[in-house]
Design a protein around this ligand. Sequence first.
Ligand SMILES: [Mn+2]
Length: 316
Amino acid sequence: MQKKFAKAVAFLSTLKGRTLITFQEIADPDAVASAIALSLLVRNCEVRATGQVNSQAKAVLKSLGLAIAPIESLDGYSNVLIADACTLDSFGKWADAIGLFKGKVAFFDHHVHSDRMKADFSLELPSISSTSEIALGILDAAGKKADKKTAMFLAAGIASDTAHWKSANDDSFEAMARLLKLAGRSRQDYPKILSLLERPANPEMAKKKIACAAKAKVTEKSGIVVATSTSDAFHLQCAVGLVSLGADYAFVADEQKGIVLAARSDSARKSVGILMQKVGRKIRGSGGGHEKVGGARGKFSDADAILDYCAKVALE
Ligand SMILES: [Mn+2]
């Protein structure tokens, strides 16, 4: 791992000209934090958003007195660095421009995906629970200490991406302890992070999650429960909702958008990212994700047939 971080430092030190650092369209605290951390290592760079940041990232930015402007154009940049994403379709309206970008492109990510973008450099570490930990590893390898705000943001990135430690490992706890000391503004940093990440529930999301659960189909084999359903919004939250009701694996499809989102329980064994690579191939698109959540995008006209396929691969 140390060698990989050192390679990333070496790559970053070769960059010439202006550098854009960005992340997925609806960026979470992990994406924004790792982009900000990488910016400490690149001369002449700007962190800009491809779309919006989510409500948690917004809350953290506001509490730290930071703001991130949207990308206006790729003209004038010699390099584009991507934090916490590895596929072009993550970038919404900027997908084509980033795909056609003539300068250097690199990504730093912890997702697994079957359709990774081409890059001049990539650091892909799916065994690490957040890109914030990857960014901290790169800062360490460069001998650069995170300032207080960056440390606080990285701590929020880890807390949010590990879903409050559910997918954490011993390294995550060590990184978190160190970041909280670096943030060091008060002894209240951790409760502050938790309060920023706990955004008020969105009533529209609650309605979609309940409707999705109400029409779910349940399959059980040898004690493993798979729930499948459809929704036209908040797909991932719907899948996570089905898992919170007790499903080991949950898949939520949307025929119109050609997507399937998935989640699994802590006790289920299969990597959702790897399952969704299979599902992505099945729907003539691509898929991937994390150990416990993931998604696939492609084309299908029969959601029931695809959801049956999802249940089959989860149970086989
Ligand atoms: Mn992440």
